[in-house]
Design a binder for this molecule. Sequence first.
Ligand SMILES: *Cc1c(COP(=O)(O)O)cnc(C)c1O
Length: 407
Amino acid sequence: MTIETFVADRLAALKADGNYRVFADLERHRGAFPAATRRAAEQAAEVTVWCSNDYLGMGQHPDVLAAMHAALDRSGAGAGGTRNISGTAHEHVLLERELADLHGKEAALLFTSGYVSNWAALGTLGAMIPDCLILSDALNHASMIEGIRHSRAERLIWKHNDLADLEARLAAQPLERPKLIAFESVYSMDGDIAPIAGICDLADRYNAMTYLDEVHAVGLYGPRGGGIAERDGLMNRLTVIEGTLGKAFGVVGGYIAASANICDFIRSFASGFIFTTALPPHVAAGAAASIRHLKASRTERVQQRARVAQVRARFDQIGLPHLPNPSHIIPLMVGDPVKCKFISDTLLDEHGIYIQPINHPTVPKGTERLRITPSPVHGDADIARLCDALEHLWCQCQLARRPMAAQ
Ligand SMILES: *Cc1c(COP(=O)(O)O)cnc(C)c1O
């Protein structure tokens, strides 16, 4: 067996399982997003994107683009080094200040992505704190799981969002043992939200630290876009808050916000922070502009909520089974991998609507779904076209509908 035959066999097996992923090759249109041109082979077609994590359209906001153009003209393309060796630009320093302020923490530390921030921060804390136990929610993101694994700390998985299960596991440990509870606020596949206050109460009672991934909440919740912890007045109770600059903020990058000492510690010991080129200065400037805008403006958040409510109401009218949840994410449940992919392909090819199918292993078998993320940039006509196309395909696939107007 050669490497070529090995990889070809594995890819064939992946395709046979229906788990092979194909990219949609898109050209987003600044100023007109969610409109994009999709390129496939020799052809090009106009599509409307309904599954973007650029939740508020900040990736085309004039303030963000102006800040990026200005920084590019001022400082050039790349940072030119790691943060330690000539790569710290003033834009990074300003962005870290902006982030610390957003979360009401003493300090913040930038990484090249949210994935890297989870991997590096959890990896470093778990590895360096003697005898640290990490209690990880069962549905945590791959980046947290990889960070915890990399740390080689002992790990306990607690039932998703289940305070009783978490408490039982905490109570079984010596009070003085260092413990870290790792969890998310908004879970991106079901759109459910963690009981953060209850988790913080348990952390206090059982002497544990808390690490909260707010990736799907920053920019979107709280009076200044600080996330669910800001909305619920809990930011000061969390040891570490982690977020991304690549979703609602519309740019790219990741960060943690915490005490000055914790940020300094991770800055000093995390390989994934130290040994990689810093974000380009214009990226940092764009992210800072986006955060600043969303601290002051509620308009985008209010519009997004209205669009989400509008899509849900229309789905209820036509009986489409969307999972109820308190967030901005609408999981439309198909429950069959072949039909899920068929609906997604047909939406794209015949209706110019792009929604990536979510199949196993991302979600459990039998819960295959279309994950829909309405945003302020979707208009009434976009919503009407989406709902008409889905209604048609639901009939064609003979999928069950919910009784009209059922909740
Ligand atoms: C997307 C995501 C990340 C990673 O963030 P990136 O900036 O995209 O690398 C981390 N945690 C969760 C829960 C995510 O969904």
